[in-house]
Design a protein around this ligand. Structure first.
Ligand code: ZN
Length: 137
């Protein structure tokens, strides 16, 4: 397994959607990454894209996180950093350090696999913002 080496030949981006959601939960925990509610039962887990698909975000494990349906729907096409700040305004436990790690892993995957002409600058701009705001959050 190469789960800790996103720049390697890990075929994780080729898993099907259900497998990727399962692995996102294994990676990030069984609570919604934004509001912290435990996923399962009435809190339906959904696949949320860090870089929204309309912004060119790929359907890769590195771009996907497990979020509750409410957060996924409310966030819409809001950028992950803006949505993280909104979550924190609401008193939710969304973690800037976690988002920074996710974006760094996504950036490394994009670098390793190439392409992603739209997603790449988006990820890098988000990464700069989360690095600046991490100290103040
Ligand atoms: Zn949520």
């Amino acid at each position: 397994m190469a789960e800790h080496a996103p720049a390697g030949p890990d075929p994780a981006h080729q898993l099907d959607r259900a497998d990727r959601l399962e692995r996102a939960v294994a990676r990030d925990g069984s609570a919604c990454v934004w509001c912290g509610r435990e996923l399962g039962g009435l809190v339906r887990p959904t696949t949320d894209h860090l870089v929204p698909r309309v912004k060119g975000g790929p359907s890769w494990l590195e771009n996907e996180v497990a979020a509750c349906r409410r957060c996924n729907g409310e966030r819409g096409h809001t950028s992950p950093v803006d949505w993280l700040l909104e979550c924190r305004r609401r008193g939710w436990p969304a973690d800037p350090g976690w988002l920074r790690r996710r974006l760094e892993e996504l950036d490394a995957a994009v670098t390793a696999r190439g392409g992603q002409r739209r997603a790449r600058p988006y990820v890098q701009a988000q990464l700069r913002r989360v690095r600046r705001s991490a100290g103040a959050a």
